[in-house]
Design a protein around this ligand. Sequence first.
Ligand SMILES: [Cu+2]
Length: 347
Amino acid sequence: MTPNRIPCSQRQTLILFCLCLSILVLFVNGVFANQAYGEEKIVRIPFGAFNPELNTPVEVWYDPPAISVNVGDTITWVNNDREGHTVTSGEGAGRFGWMGNQQFGEPDGFFESDRFLPGESWSNTFDDVGTFSYFCTIHPWMEGIIKVESIIPDYPHDGSGKKIERFPILQITPDRSVEVNFSWDPKVIKTNEKVNFIYRFYDAVNDLPLLKLEYDIMIIHNGKEVFRDENAISGAGGDYRQWVFEEPGQVIIKFRNIESAGAVGNMAITLSEDPTGRLADFTAIVYENPEELTEKQIPIQPSKTFQFYYEIAVLIIVIPAILLGLILLLSRHKPKVSPEIKKSTPI
Ligand SMILES: [Cu+2]
């Protein structure tokens, strides 16, 4: 009877602990979501942005200071300050550039809002991929940055953007002797994410896998050769190569000088003497990995928002959760103690 009581109270404590933990996770996630730049389309100019002093109450001049959007997206800047501001592409002077040398920054002509007053807003649509820094020409310490990206498709396509309807892609070498089957995984290639290039070679006449292969393989990224394996040897009709691209851009995978001792079940097959005609090229595109964007943010104004939120989270959730857990644990133990107290208490 009694042995059941203890695990029961422990279970309740555990449930409570898990509940508190999930609240904490949700809260921290909420903080991250607020800090995520990929989906935000509104930039606010907070009250106090006009003030370049170190003791300014604003955490950022433009909120968020760094924003990431897709090509075709529109950003609207809302002026919540008490003075007029501009959103001007180019390099600002920075707080110290302004305070020390009275510099005003340099516009680069990509976009210019002109002055818009408190309560007003200004919008701009971004049609070109790129990273744009901007500032306020009236208050040149106010700086922000915009990253405009192409939309990542969810299907495989070649280097020209043409959708690949079926994997693997089949290609017959110009001498019509070898069929190269080529695919990659994952289907959409992103930066700093491992991709497997998978390929198999078949006798184009009999459609049989080629054996004892020898070939050259090259990976060309943005016009530069990043990988080369000459006289690569594969035994079982094909092979795969893993690669991680650090930059977005176009990729060409080249096969050259494909040679084979024969095909499965047809050892007598002979390829022509000259292997130069046995080549195949495949193209793909590497996309900037959106999951890395937050790491690449450039803090414009010393923003301690996240640390601040985190500390608050610790204060208002973790500590009470621990206290509550302790209280519950103690209250669960009380009934066990009370019979003894009853015994010893004189009437
Ligand atoms: Cu301003």
